[in-house]
Design a protein around this ligand. Structure first.
Ligand code: PLP
Length: 437
């Protein structure tokens, strides 16, 4: 796109996340506004947002009810001190979230994003074990290719090598296992592959010494590894293993929370209730930063019976900001009233059909979908990992469609307000981009 000399100059004073800035600056995307399923750049070109912001905009962009709720809140009160008070809107938000959470995960602590929520969940797990007579339990088992955030602890829990190696050494106490996709060529049966991957978690707990392991943290659908969706049995095995060794199962539902898989939470979709869930992104439809950790009754009550008189030595100035809670309340009401928490299931059949029709197109080696998420894995170009998928990303971009590219995978995850015609158009563009060789 055309940029002004001033924009070119200013681009030289900042970075975009996880992308080569030189490539970006050559053909930058400078966005000016967004509405519904579309963005517009400063030159007026329209882009279909096929990745929902970045897994945030379940309702699409600029929903007037969210703006009104935030404006109303900000006119009443722009800040509430989290050390001395709790905003009325925050309490209402806690109640509303509890209407859709699995099991007894109705105990809610609000934060300002996904990374903060990961950090908090890990601190909560360690505190829980200290207060239940297992002070030596401090390690976390998570997966290669997983992503739990960019802060120090969340980065240590993440399994995304190149995103971490510049910042070595990582914090101690983090152990990695492979997701089922790592073993897929060794098994002809995906269920068996998943059983094997889940059982390796037990082996690791035993070999680390169960009295040192606090938690197993997983994303139900792994994004950075290229839309990795284990079987429901995989999660059932993880649950059994965690129960057997008194280890907390933590689901990072920063992406899968709020309808992405066809249920309010992936935990419900897979029929497994973890001990904690971390949330962000769709919590406020992305219109203001927010994260949260849901904890079980057992965790909550353990903290309440702690020896110190202060239940939680943890907090941030902007935790559960009133504007975020107002947006969260309005967002949840819209999700519930407009049937968006299950819409991915309604549209799932046609999404799946359109996705799997891509099989057989040039360089497509795998198609993975769940709910309204798609991971399209492309054959890597020799010696240039990610280059082929980047080319497909670029062709979609030229055609006015924003998709996500990570290594050799193209991911889609559009706002859940998408309709059948728009799904068809989106896949037409993707097909054209794949064929354009
Ligand atoms: N967990 C998952 C699964 C994520 O995808 C992300 C961000 O992309 C995070 C945690 C971190 O969230 P944030 O970027 O809001 O800190």
């Amino acid at each position: 796109m055309n940029t002004t000399p001033r924009q070119q100059e200013l681009l030289k004073r900042t970075y975009v996340d996880f992308q080569p800035m030189a490539d970006f600056a050559r053909d930058p995307l400078i966005l000016e506004r967004a509405q519904g399923l579309y963005y517009w750049d400063v030159a007026g070109k329209r882009y279909f947002d096929a990745i929902g912001g970045i897994f945030v905009a379940v309702l699409g962009h600029g929903h007037p009810r969210l703006l009104a709720a935030m404006r109303q809140q900000m006119e009443k009160m722009t800040f509430a001190p989290p050390l001395h008070a709790i905003a009325d809107v925050t309490l209402e938000f806690i109640g509303r979230v509890g209407e859709v959470t699995p099991g007894n995960l109705k105990y809610v602590k609000g934060f300002s994003g996904g990374s903060e929520s990961t950090e908090a969940a890990m601190k909560f797990a360690r505190q829980y074990f200290r207060q239940t007579g297992h002070p030596g339990k401090y390690k976390f088992i998570s997966r290669y290719h997983g992503y739990h955030g960019g802060t120090a602890g969340a980065m240590a829990a993440s399994g995304t090598g190149p995103r971490k190696s510049k910042f070595e050494p990582q914090m101690a106490g983090f152990v990695k296992v492979f997701p089922p996709t790592h073993y897929r060529d060794q098994f002809s049966d995906w269920d068996e592959c998943n059983r094997f991957a889940a059982r390796t978690v037990e082996d690791v707990i035993i070999n680390e010494d169960p009295e040192t392991v606090a938690g197993v943290m997983v994303e139900p659908v792994g994004n950075t590894g290229g839309i990795i969706t284990p079987t429901a049995e995989y999660f059932r095995i993880l649950r059994e293993v965690c129960d057997r060794y008194n280890v907390m199962l933590i689901f990072d539902e920063v992406i899968t929370g709020f309808g992405r898989t066809g249920a309010p939470f992936a935990a419900q979709e897979f029929g497994v209730t973890p001990d904690m869930i971390t949330l962000a992104k769709g919590l406020t439809n992305g219109c203001v930063p927010m994260g949260a950790v849901l904890v079980s009754k057992a965790v909550y009550e353990t903290f309440m019976q702690g020896p110190d008189g202060i239940e939680l030595f943890h907090g941030y100035t902007y935790s559960a900001h009133p504007a975020a809670c107002a947006a969260g309340l309005a967002t949840l009401a819209l999700y519930q009233n407009e049937g968006l928490l299950t819409r991915a299931k309604t549209l799932g059949g046609e999404w799946q059909e359109a996705a799997h029709a891509l099989r057989g197109l040039p360089h497509v080696i795998d198609v993975r979908n769940y709910g309204l998420i798609l991971g399209l894995e492309l054959e890597p170009l020799a010696g240039k990992p990610g280059a082929r998928a980047f080319e497909v990303f670029r062709r979609c971009f030229e055609r006015g469609v924003l998709v996500r590219q990570t290594s050799d995978v193209i991911a889609l995850s559009p706002p859940l307000i998408i309709d059948s015609g728009q799904i068809a158009q989106l896949f037409d563009t993707l097909r054209a981009a794949l064929r354009a060789d």
